[in-house]
Design a protein around this ligand. Sequence first.
Ligand code: ACO
Length: 374
Amino acid sequence: MTIHRGLNGVVVDRTAISHVDPDTNSLTYRGYPVQELVERCSFEQVAHLIWYGELPDLSQLQRFKAVERANRVLPRSLIDVLGRMPLSCHPMDVLRTAVSQIGADDPGEDANDPADHLAKAANLFAKLPTVVAVEQRRRRGLDPIPPDPSLNFAENFLHMATGRRPDAETTRAFETSLILYAEHGFNASTFTARVVTSTLSDMYSAVIAAIGALKGPLHGGANEAVLHMMEDIGDPSQVSTWLQEALDHRKLIMGFGHRVYKRGDSRVPIMRDALWRLAARHGDGARLTGIYTILAEHMLTQKNLHPNLDYPAGPAYHLMGLDTEIFTPVFVMSRITGWTAHIIEQSAGNALIRPLGHYDGSPQRTVPAPHSPS
Ligand code: ACO
């Protein structure tokens, strides 16, 4: 029996949503290279592509945007629940609870109806940014800023979270990260969503489970961990000493390595360029890009490891004025598109996902006879 620990290299099903090819270092969504999507499309267009399989025409895009803008406001029931969450918990826990409450408020559930699934996905897509922005401000002791229907998805989120209308450069950098984070095959959180869906459970349960999987620092939690690491390093002159000590203690270096890409993550050069453009206009930019460059060089020569998307995304979010704890929730705001597309795909051609484990515990033995009462 061959044991595939971590399901490494195992192909579990077909998918028509995205293709990750580590040999050619390429990533396509529904056949389109992400590089071209970043250059030519808005995040809303890419979300439509991921769900419907095609880029929207003008009227489809207008309808898509109208639905997104109409659904941004949070219901009273959800605002009440969010206000009761302890500030000591992580914003990912708040997001998980928010999806649970949105699901509890949703009267119907038809696990196999794609139209129903798409409506639920669109509702989560519109509301999660409001939840994340409210949470950033709550942690700063600030009142929420209501969604602004005159702003697009990226502008509206940045405005709600930071209180400032973002300039074109910041909006574009943010949108770039959202497009790059949107979908990535059978990664751990997407696979989690598919496992839950495969039992014919509901979309909200699958999304909540995916949020739990994404939270971990080996997956989405790495973008937050990267910024903590850079703050811990402090200055480009300290990278070498810091890294040696970390490697001596066999620590994982956040933002490096990838299960699929072994020769570099196809998304990194695009996000790195966006980070560099932000850094050029920011007082703290040179320090962060200095640490970025030196650490990446050392990791390549010493460990032969390349950065993954979380490495440039973490400092880029910092320079956009986002609090470190909401970096992974921002990842959710984007990946909700990929997760829900996979939930719909899994439902359409369902097979229960139920692997085997190789037992290596105690050999069979007899339960001792019960002691007779003395
Ligand atoms: N720092 C130090 N060593 C590392 C790192 C790292 N970031 N990544 C891998 N290695 C080491 C492993 O310890 C292992 O060493 P060993 O053979 O001496 O035990 C060797 O490189 C091979 O790594 P694998 O275990 O084969 O990598 P795997 O595919 O299991 O893990 C993962 C991939 C989880 C991403 C890993 O590289 C890691 O932990 N990276 C840091 C966390 C991170 O950045 N996660 C974000 C992933 S991308 C995303 O979610 C958008």
